[in-house]
Design a protein around this ligand. Structure first.
Ligand code: TXA
Ligand code: MG
Length: 331
């Protein structure tokens, strides 16, 4: 059931449902999340069941402000504080050492916990309402509200497509950012960029006061991270990355009996077959991120079998989009 997230009754009803251990989907500025009381393992277990996600893949805990983080993290290093000051509320998740015995299920049993303070007004209102309950619900575990491995939802309708109308979904309109948060691991000394999002790398590094390491640059065990699996974010159609020249050549070779193909590219292409669905990729990374998952879902809904995508430009502002496309193509 979809409720208008701008209504205070809807927020109160959602908070009550969460307090009973039920699931509620909520909008954030990145993608929609599937929420449960992060402090209750049996509520969190419902998320893993609904998504079909392995129980050791940790979930992000959403909080309404930075001070609440102390309830989940055993230590908030200076670099984490600087990142919070610079980017919270916003599309940034921090991996911190976890307080013993807290949010065990949400963290998938790992000794760390991912925390994020979202900027979306509906998410914020829900988190504030949850924290004000008696007893309080200080954090919401919330992975993207899609089945494991699939494309993240950026509208309330997408969430309903994934889980049906039995789930309570707060509608906050289409997500402004469109791809998932940037994840920085600050639990192991030097900050490590686990997942690129839409926050500019130079601004992240300026806030840290040092260079961000990439996962392959750090030794030690790596936490299984669903969003960092090689194959993820996959539409049903097979997705391939092809440069503009290759795309035009392939289009020239196609006959009228070509399978149902969609092309998502910036280059001006001339398909010979009128059956090819051409969709122009915007010139800006932000605009492409905003529409990317909805475009992939649209192709799926149209019964497209192959999606050919022109690789995004090399510039670092495209890192997040390039990352999601690469993983979608790996499926
Ligand atoms: O924008 C977002 O981050 C959205 C919205 C709903 O907040 N959430 C999201 O959650 O994308 P999810 O579960 O789909 O992706 C979270 C990623 C996963 O790759 C997970 O493995 C990683 O964060 N993660 C969470 N806790 C972690 C931890 N303690 N250590 C390492 N990775 C962690
Ligand atoms: Mg996800």
């Amino acid at each position: 059931m979809i409720l208008d997230g701008a209504s205070s009754e809807a927020i109160a009803r959602a908070a009550q449902a969460l307090a009973r251990g039920e699931l509620v989907a909520f909008p954030t500025e990145t993608v929609y999340g599937l929420g449960a009381d992060a402090s209750r393992d049996e509520a969190v277990a419902r998320i893993f069941d609904a998504k079909g996600r392995p129980r050791d893949h940790p979930l992000i805990v959403h909080v309404c402000d930075a001070p609440i983080v102390a309830q989940f993290a055993s230590d908030v290093p200076a670099v984490a504080k600087r990142l919070m000051d610079a980017f919270w509320p916003g599309p940034l998740t921090l991996i911190l050492p976890r307080r013993a015995g807290v949010a065990e299920g949400a963290a998938g049993g790992h000794p760390t916990v991912g925390v994020r303070c979202p900027a979306h007004p509906v998410a914020h209102a829900l988190l504030v309402a949850c924290a004000a309950l008696d007893p309080p619900v200080p954090g919401l575990a919330g992975p993207s509200a899609n089945r494991f491995g699939r494309v993240s939802p950026t509208t309330a309708l997408h969430v309903e497509e994934e889980f049906g109308s039995g789930l309570l979904v707060l509608d906050g309109g289409p997500c402004r950012v469109g791809i998932e948060s940037t994840i920085v691991d600050v639990s192991r000394g030097a900050p490590v960029l686990l997942r690129p999002g839409m926050l500019p790398l130079d601004e992240l590094e300026a806030a840290c006061g040092e260079r961000l390491l990439l996962p392959h640059e750090v030794a030690g065990p790596r936490t299984a991270a669903a969003g960092t699996l090689e194959a993820h974010y996959a539409p049903r159609a097979k997705l391939r990355l092809m440069d503009a020249k290759m795309l035009q050549t392939a289009l020239d070779l196609l006959g009228e009996d070509a399978p149902n193909i969609a092309v998502y590219a910036r280059a001006p292409l001339r398909p010979r077959s009128h059956r090819i669905r051409l969709r122009r990729m915007p010139d800006s990374a932000a605009e492409t991120a905003r529409q990317l998952f909805a475009v992939l879902r649209e192709f799926d809904a149209q019964g497209v079998q192959l999606i050919w995508v022109e690789p995004p430009p090399e510039a670092s502002e495209w890192d997040g989009v390039r990352d999601r496309l690469r993983r979608a193509a790996a499926s």
